[in-house]
Every structure is written in C-alpha cells, then in structure tokens.
Write a protein that binds this ligand. Structure first.
Ligand SMILES: NC(=O)c1ccc[n+]([C@@H]2O[C@H](COP(=O)([O-])OP(=O)(O)OC[C@H]3O[C@@H](n4cnc5c(N)ncnc54)[C@H](OP(=O)(O)O)[C@@H]3O)[C@@H](O)[C@H]2O)c1
Length: 266
C-alpha cells in the first residue's frame, strides 16, 4: 500500500474490537494515534502493544456521551498535535430493544452513544478540518442501519442516523470545493465484544482483523463508502428495495428462539 494520507488520527471506541484494531493498524504504519474510550486499562495495554511494534498510541479517556467533554478533548488534541488528519467516529453500543420489552434506558443510552456521541465527534472535528482544508472523517455505521432490523429499533435507527448525517455532509462538502473527505463504513457481522453476546446466527461473520484491513484500506483510498462483506451487503441492498409490507412480513418471521434465524442487526 502506498504512503498513508495521515500523520495523526483520533479513534473513538478504541479500547476493543474494530476501533482497537484500526488504532493498531494505523499506529504500526507510522500514524500517531489518539485512542479514545472509557476503559483506560484497555487503552494502556493497546499503547504498550503498539509501542513494542514501534507504534505511537496515546490513550485518551473519553465518554462520547458527554458532549462537552468530547468537544473539549477533541479540540485540545487537535490544537496540541497541529491538526488531526483523520477522525474515526467508531464508538458504539448494541443493546437489543424489542418492541414488546422496550425500555427508555436502553433506547436513551443507544442514542447518547451512537447518535449524540458520533455526531459530537464529527462536529468537534469538522470545523477545524475545514479551516485547514484537509482531513478525513470516518463514521462506522452498519448494514443494520438500512432497514428496521428485528429487536433492534434503537440500534438500527442510530446507524441510519450516522449514514444519512454523513451522506448529507459529504454532499455539502463535495459541492463546496473542500478537500475534507467523508467516509462511511457499513460492516456486516464482525467478531467483537459487541457481537460476542449475540445468540442468533450471524451469517458471513468476519474476523476482526479481516474487517479492520478492509476498513483501513477503504479509508486510505478515500472511498465515500464501504459496505461489506459483499454477501451481506447484497442481501441488504435487496432488502432496501422491498416494499414496507413485504419487509415487515419477512423480518417479523425472525425469532431468536428459531434455530439459525437472523434476529438482530450487525
Ligand atoms: N461488530 C459488528 O458486527 C459491527 C457491525 C456493524 C457495525 N459495527 C459498529 O462498529 C463499531 C465498533 O463496534 P465493535 O464491534 O468493535 O464493538 P466493541 O468491541 O464492543 O467496541 C465498542 C467500542 O466503543 C466504545 N464505547 C462504548 N460506549 C462508549 C462511550 N460512551 N464513550 C466512548 N467509547 C465508548 C467501547 O469502549 P469503552 O467501553 O472502553 O468505552 C469500545 O471500545 C460500533 O459503532 C458498532 O456499532 C459493528
């Protein structure tokens, strides 16, 4: 792969899964990474792991649901490092929120992290990138955000928010002559702490490192979007075309008790 277009990067949700993998991928290729999450011990172990491979990772304790802190932290880091080249809004949670057992606590927490936290991350970084007329914003949405998936009202809706939010920003920026890029990633099922608790079948489940490699390469190419794996992306593309009554009937047949049924979102 040719030289990477970034010297500095900030990744939220870098203590595990995709965020941790992306932080390691970037740091071991010479990018200075600010790794943000709530679990400091995990971030410290990531920094130590990368240091052994010559990488530079700075742990950043951050709860993205605290928007004031998110703005202050990203602003401070941006000034301190001379401008972040890459900001990845990756932090996310994946509670089930079935309609018959819907609780506000779960819905609210999902919105605070996946919607408010992701939007705050982007809003804290974008104006500074525009001033410099360089930089790249990346959001980790999901294939589960293209339709209302079973038992996943809050999660699916939160990922739909990030998809549309970033798409609209991309439209504005492309028409403005700005060199700031926006990349949205729509993964299918990937092994991580988030999916480890799923008891339903997860077709085409990818290893974390494989998913990280695909995401990192798409980011480095400056792609607008990446949906993967292609099998799940194709199914999702077809599902998007279904009329609502048909989708409702098909998706409603998925029950967690049904052996092998997909009854949740990636
Ligand atoms: N795995 C999949 O199949 C899949 C598919 C599609 C999309 N995604 C998306 O990919 C992203 C990464 O998920 P993952 O699969 O890698 O899951 P994961 O291993 O559970 O990682 C989630 C990360 O988000 C962080 N996080 C959670 N709440 C946070 C908060 N309030 N503030 C800051 N960080 C927070 C966690 O760190 P702390 O707990 O230390 O704060 C953790 O580092 C998520 O947005 C997820 O929705 C995953």
């Amino acid at each position: 792969m040719r030289d990477l277009p970034w010297k500095t990067a900030l990744i939220t949700g870098a203590s595990s899964g995709l965020g941790r993998g992306l932080a390691r991928w970037l740091a071991t290729r010479g990018v200075k990474v600010f790794a943000a999450a709530r679990r400091e011990a995990e971030l410290r172990s990531l920094a130590e792991e990368c240091a052994k491979m010559g990488g530079n990772v700075e742990p950043v304790r951050l709860d993205v649901a605290d928007t004031q802190r998110t703005f202050a932290t990203i602003g401070r880091i941006d000034v301190g490092c001379g401008g972040l080249d890459l900001v990845v809004a990756n932090a996310g949670i994946g509670h089930e929120t079935p309609a018959t057992k819907l609780t506000w606590e779960r819905v609210e927490e999902t919105i605070q992290v996946n919607v408010t936290g992701a939007a705050a991350t982007v809003c804290a970084a974008l104006p500074r990138m525009l001033e410099r007329n360089r930089g790249q914003l990346v959001g980790i949405s999901s294939l589960g955000g293209f339709r209302g998936m079973p038992r996943s009202a809050a999660y699916s809706a939160s990922k739909a928010f990030l998809w549309v939010f970033l798409e609209s920003l991309r439209v504005d920026l492309s028409g403005s002559g700005s060199r700031v890029r926006v990349t949205t990633i729509y993964p299918g099922f990937v092994k991580s702490e988030l999916t480890a608790k799923n008891r339903f079948k997860m077709p085409f489940l990818l290893e974390t490192d494989e998913a990280v490699e695909r995401i990192a390469r798409a980011m480095a190419r400056g792609d607008a979007e990446l949906a993967f794996p292609w099998q799940m992306a194709s199914v999702t593309a077809a599902a998007r075309l279904l009329p609502t009554p048909l989708w409702t009937a098909v998706a409603a047949r998925a029950r967690p008790s049904k052996k092998g049924a997909i009854s949740g979102a990636p």
